[in-house]
Design a protein around this ligand. Sequence first.
Ligand SMILES: [Zn+2]
Length: 127
Amino acid sequence: MQKFNGSMVADNVMALITQLSKYKAELEGKLYHEIGRFEKSTGICAECGQHHVLTLNDRHFICVACGAHKNRDLSAAKSIANTGELDLIAAGIVARVNPTSQRKAANKMKVFELSKFAVGSEKKEAA
Ligand SMILES: [Zn+2]
């Protein structure tokens, strides 16, 4: 009789989720990037980046630095997206741009994939 292994099931589900995410990203011409397995995401305030220590029962938290009321999972998801964006910015794959028309609203910052704008082609012409 096969022994039921909870963590193995969770690993298989995670593999399926990543496969589907990759497939969907490629289908829509978007970037797929995985952040480090041990990158901290839980308990980070999505507004100011303050870290908090949460127990499994803490579903919401109020940021000690900025006072924002945060949903634990939503905040973790935003933190993961932010970490991924910073990875891609560091690798020179994307850039964060604040369109001139929306300069007053910092949250309207948009992310562009540099390869789609042929960045660096001006340098080649000048050389
Ligand atoms: Zn905060």
